[in-house]
Design a protein around this ligand. Sequence first.
Ligand code: PLP
Length: 414
Amino acid sequence: MESKLKNTPQHAPMDQFPNDNGILQLGGIPVTMLAERAGQTPFYAYDRQQITRRVQELRNTLPESIQIHYALKANPMPAVVQHMRGLVDGFDVASGGELRTALDSGMPATQISMAGPGKTDAELRQAIATGATLNLESANEMRRAQSIAEEMGVTARVAIRVNPDFVVKSSGMKMGGGAKPFGIDADQVPALLKDVGTTTLELTGLHIYWGSQSLNSQAIMEAHNKTFELALRLSEAGPCELQTLNIGGGLGIPYFPGETRLDLSPIAENLEQLVRGFKQKHPTTQIVMELGRYLVGEAGVYICKVIDIKESAGEKFIIVDGGLHHHLAASGNFGQVIRKNYPVAIATKMRATDTERASVAGPLCTPLDLLADKMELAKAEIGDLVAIFQSGAYGASASPERFLGHPTAVEMLV
Ligand SMILES: *Cc1c(COP(=O)(O)O)cnc(C)c1O
């Protein structure tokens, strides 16, 4: 419900969800009924059909031989992970807790990998005992994994997480290139690979993660070119054939005004060629892409209720019962440099033509608790529901829910 002023950057249309008589619907259920089902506001609702469709579309577009892994970090809700279990080829976890959630879903441990720069001995033991693959982030971690495997009398499956020797521009979050706490610098990898071929460590492959949240097809294609180039170079130094090559993820979704959805087709065409070239030398290597927000982000909304409406110095404020304690990212405090608005709408007035400029503020006693800053919204009334779109990833689990002692948000997969 953005203003249609010329030259004002607009949010991408949130047309993944229909409305019935102006009431936003998820999974065919109006949000007013979802609020009854939740038993409260605020709540998160994730649309399982949307998730299914997103994975299917991705599979239809990408080269057939590429496996898709889901990174639980984006949304670790057990029901979502369980749903994903039937859709993707594997899971990537980044803690011992996520590993347990992943295993609870029934995903075979051989299809689970664990990354993270500060794995404790307890976490290494969990992964090694279950047979999950450890993405090693340092030479030290490799030695620790080795001695644990020796002590347990088992073989640890390990991959090397490579800190690539290239930087991807226009990646929302750069997670490779230059000095980084993640992975092992590409130039240190060949020496390390020579040591891996021991009896207690089984080297399964390489994990090359260059960044997150990119909406630039060109930049992603360049990242893929460099990733395959690096993988070809490093694989020469390895003691054995790579079972897997994890080429990272990085596909973004549009959050802010002016951002548009990614066009996957050039990315897929480029990958088709890269995979063909790589497979000529390494026909048995399984290529994996690991994605979080791209699979679940657009399928979720955060819904809260209008508690009060007021005016201050000529500005309209809509006060709601939800805020940054449930949705840090929408408040602009999860890694944003300049605060920008998520797509927000009055979920019970989706067809209203009567709009006004208003800000949506949460219940917390801090000016940071702002869910929309001077947006053009339908004229709201007390009791209306407010929807924050693009909230299926990095929502509930990435927010400081204990801050100020308000109730937690309910999460539902519908
Ligand atoms: C954060 C992260 C992901 C998921 O990133 P998205 O932007 O949600 O796709 C995947 N893999 C690793 C190693 C990560 O750190």
